[in-house]
Design a protein around this ligand. Structure first.
Ligand SMILES: [Zn+2]
Length: 323
């Protein structure tokens, strides 16, 4: 069993997986304080205990359904020991140092996690160390291993929403780079030299021009893309996203571009214009990539974390590596 914890923007999503099978899921709201950690651990233990009971018939006191008490002290109360997790993987909205697993830079809500050792935290809470990964990269690993782009070895993922999250897979290997920043800063490519200074420090970033936080006060993304109330904003956002994705395709030469985020549920109103922009502005000798909108985007990160967690225990190749 793998325990997957995704520290997301509005909620902390948890999943217990058994290989590619999602056994149980849960979520708790984000408080944006260190109290998120014990809350996540408690919810994880609850899910593990629930899973353990469902899978083996053991009760939370270590007794079997027949009432026989297990002689092995280690078999007692999974709600306390968390021993049913063979591996733990954690996704965070920030930059993760691939050498240490520590966050080098965190989304504002999780600034308390910066340089915090989640590996040791998992070891203390669940008895096994954790693998820690950037959330967009975990989602990309999930979609290209057991999700909508299964088997693809060259892929780019772009999540549109609160910000612009990106990740790249090249020759079956997730791009991480020297310090973990490679592939994930696609939202901070300059698309307008005359644009605003982004909080990241760069000029005219795609995210500063077209994301939830770039919307005028009182306007929502759903309103922009499901009604005709703001055609100028809609056109500008699509133009920016098209430029960002074109630059990512030029950078990474993917066979598929996976577009994710709640706003993609607005049907073809988002995917089709982005694809058209890329086709219109693509380098002449490039083959246009296939565009995919995952049917189960809520499972992308958990799928990726499950693969990463299993890799720590079995040392088996990921589906991409096997090819
Ligand atoms: Zn920026």
């Amino acid at each position: 069993m793998e325990l997957c914890i995704d520290f997301g923007g509005t909620e902390i999503k948890l999943a217990v997986t058994d290989g590619s099978r999602v056994v149980a899921t849960g979520s708790i709201p984000v408080l944006g304080s260190p109290a998120d950690l014990p809350a996540a651990a408690a919810e994880a233990r609850r899910l593990l205990a629930e899973t353990d009971l469902a899978e083996t018939g053991r009760t939370s006191t270590g007794r079997t359904e027949t009432g026989r008490t297990s002689p092995d002290p280690a078999e007692t109360d999974p709600a306390e020991t968390g021993r049913t997790a063979d591996a733990v993987a954690i996704a965070v909205p920030g930059v993760v140092d691939p050498r240490t697993g520590r966050m080098l830079h965190a989304n504002a809500k999780y600034d308390f996690l910066e340089d915090f050792d989640l590996n040791t935290w998992a070891l203390t809470e669940f008895g096994v160390p954790a693998v820690v990964e950037n959330d967009a990269r975990a989602a990309l690993i999930g979609e290209t291993s057991t999700g909508s782009a299964a088997g693809e070895r060259d892929a780019v993922l772009v999540t549109l929403g609160t910000g612009i999250g990106t990740a790249a897979l090249i020759d079956g290997t997730p791009l991480r780079g020297r310090t973990g920043h490679a592939g994930i800063l696609g939202g901070h490519l300059t698309v307008d030299l005359e644009g605003p200074v982004c909080p990241c420090g760069n000029l005219g970033c795609g995210e500063a021009l077209a994301s939830t936080w770039a919307l005028p006060a009182g306007t929502t993304m759903t309103e922009v893309f499901t009604t005709d109330a703001h055609p100028e904003i809609r056109d500008r956002f699509l133009h920016v996203w098209g430029a960002v994705v074109t630059s990512l395709v030029h950078s990474y030469d993917p066979a598929v571009v996976i577009l994710s985020g709640g706003i993609l549920r607005a049907g073809d109103a988002v995917r089709a214009p982005i694809e058209a922009h890329v086709r219109a502005h693509l380098w002449p000798s490039m083959t246009p990539p296939r565009f995919i909108v995952p049917p189960e985007p809520e499972l992308s990160v958990a799928r990726g974390l499950s693969i990463l967690a299993r890799a720590t225990t079995t040392h088996t190749a990921t589906p991409q590596e096997e090819q």
